[in-house]
Design a protein around this ligand. Structure first.
Ligand code: DHB
Length: 387
C-alpha cells in the first residue's frame, strides 16, 4: 500500500487529521490497533474550548455538536462555605461547550466513513521505519493476520502514550510530573444537580461535578494512588460526593452508576514533536492531568497546525510550516501543561498544611478578583489556535 500521509491511531487526533488533510486534497491511510467499537466507547473528558468548537464547525463537523452540545458561560469554583461562579463570557468573551470526546470521535468516524477514508482497525504490531529518510513506511499485521507494509511521504503518530510513535523519535528531551493522587470517575443516569461544572476544594479531597446531557452526570473524586474501584461502592461514592460538593441549600441528586473507573494523573512533554518525516500529535507527544479538560483540545490544536503544514510539504515540497510545527505546537502545549498543573495543584488536597493555606488563598483570589478570574477564564476557555 502507498499513501501520502500514514496516520497511526484512529482517536480524535488521527481522525480529525485525516479529515483536514482530505479537505486540503491530501490522501491518508489510518492504522489503528483497536476496533472501531472500542475507540468509540472510550470515555474521556467532555469540555470543548471555543476554538475547538469553531474549528469543528468550520470543517463540517458541527451539526450534532450544535444540536446536542451544551454551551456553558463558565464554571463554579468552590471552597469551604463558598461557591463562586466565574463567567468566562463576561471575563474573556469566550464560552466552552459540554460535548463528550466520545461523541466527537463518533462524529469523526461517521464523517470519515462517509468520505470513504481508508482506516485499518485491529492492526497489530505497528512499527515505524526509516522516519529519518524521505521514504518512511509502516509495517503491521492486518486484522486477517497478513503482514502489511504502508509506504508514505510522511508518517504522523496520533497513537497516544502507549503507541509506537513516541519511541520512534530518537533522543528526545522529556519532562514528567506524577501526582500523589488519582481520580475516581463515575458516569450516572442522574440529571445534573448543577447548570455548570463545579470544581470543589474540600479537606477530604477534590470533587468535580460535570455532565454529559440533561439526564447523565459525570462526577469525579480525588482518591489515593493505587485505589481499587472495588473499595468504592455506589453508596460510598455518592456519600463522598455529597460531602465534598455540599453547600447549604443545595442537594446532589444521585442515580444509577453506569461506569466507574480510576484515572491516573500525569504531566508529560516530549520534545521535539518531529523526527524527519515523522510528526507527533496529541497524547503521543504530551499528557496532561485531566483537571481543566485540556487533552482533547490540545490534540485538536496540534492537528489544526499540522494539516496545512503537511499539505504544503507533500503537495508543494514547501517545508516552512512543517519545520515550524514542533516549536509552534509546543508553545501551546506548555501553556496547557502549566494550566492543568496549576488547576490540579490548586484543587487537590495534600498532607502539607502550608500547601493548604496557599491553595485556599489562591482560590479566594481567583474567585474574588477580576484579574485572578480572568487568567483562569482565558486558559480554560482556551487561547486561539495559533497562540
Ligand atoms: C470533565 C473532565 C475534566 O477533567 C474537567 O476538568 C471537566 C470536565 C468531564 O469529563 O466532563
Amino acid at each position: 500500500m502507498r499513501t501520502q500521509v500514514a496516520i497511526v491511531g484512529a482517536g480524535p487526533a488521527g481522525l480529525l487529521l485525516s479529515h483536514l488533510l482530505d479537505r486540503a486534497g491530501v490522501e491518508s491511510v489510518v492504522v489503528e490497533a483497536r476496533s472501531r467499537e472500542y475507540v468509540e466507547a472510550r470515555i474521556r473528558a467532555g469540555i470543548l474550548e471555543q476554538s475547538t468548537v469553531d474549528l469543528l464547525r468550520e470543517v463540517g463537523l458541527g451539526e450534532r455538536l450544535d444540536r446536542e452540545g451544551d454551551v456553558h458561560r463558565g464554571i463554579y469554583l468552590q471552597y469551604p462555605g463558598e461557591r463562586v461562579h466565574l463567567d468566562f463570557v463576561d471575563l474573556v468573551g469566550r464560552s466552552v461547550t459540554v460535548y463528550g470526546q466520545t461523541e466527537v470521535t463518533k462524529d469523526l468516524g461517521r464523517a470519515r466513513a462517509a468520505a470513504g477514508q481508508e482506516i485499518v482497525y485491529e492492526a497489530a504490531d505497528t512499527a515505524i521505519h526509516d522516519a529519518g529518510t524521505e521514504r518512511p513506511y509502516l509495517t503491521f499485521t492486518g486484522p486477517d493476520g497478513r503482514a502489511e507494509r504502508l509506504d508514505a511521504d510522511v508518517v504522523v503518530g496520533c497513537d497516544g502514550s502507549f503507541g509506537p510513535s513516541r519511541a520512534a523519535v530518537p533522543d528526545p528531551a522529556t519532562w514528567e510530573r506524577t501526582y500523589p493522587y488519582s481520580w475516581l470517575g463515575i458516569l450516572a443516569d442522574a440529571a445534573p444537580s448543577t447548570d455548570e461544572l463545579i470544581y470543589a476544594w474540600h479537606p477530604d479531597g477534590f470533587a468535580l461535578h460535570s455532565m454529559r446531557s440533561a439526564t447523565v452526570s459525570r462526577l469525579y473524586l480525588q482518591v489515593p494512588n493505587g485505589t481499587d474501584v472495588a473499595d468504592w461502592s455506589d453508596d460510598r461514592v455518592w456519600t463522598a460526593l455529597a460531602e465534598r460538593l455540599g453547600l447549604d441549600g443545595w442537594t446532589l441528586t444521585p442515580g444509577p452508576v453506569t461506569e466507574k473507573s480510576v484515572l491516573p494523573m500525569r504531566s508529560f512533554v516530549q520534545q521535539p514533536m518531529r523526527h524527519g518525516r515523522l510528526f507527533l500529535a496529541g497524547d503521543a507527544a504530551h499528557i496532561v492531568p485531566p483537571t481543566g479538560a485540556k487533552g482533547l483540545n490540545l490534540a485538536v490544536a496540534d492537528v489544526a497546525l499540522l494539516a496545512p503544514a503537511l499539505a504544503a510539504l507533500v503537495r508543494n515540497e514547501d517545508s516552512a510550516l512543517a519545520d515550524a510545527y514542533s516549536d509552534t505546537a509546543l508553545r501551546r502545549v506548555w501553556r496547557c501543561t502549566h494550566f492543568s498543573w496549576w488547576m490540579t495543584t490548586m484543587l487537590h488536597t495534600s498532607a502539607d498544611p502550608f500547601d493548604t493555606q496557599l491553595q485556599l488563598s489562591q482560590l479566594r483570589w481567583v474567585a474574588t478578583s477580576t484579574a485572578g478570574a480572568t487568567g483562569l477564564a482565558e486558559n480554560y476557555a482556551g487561547l486561539p489556535i495559533g497562540f
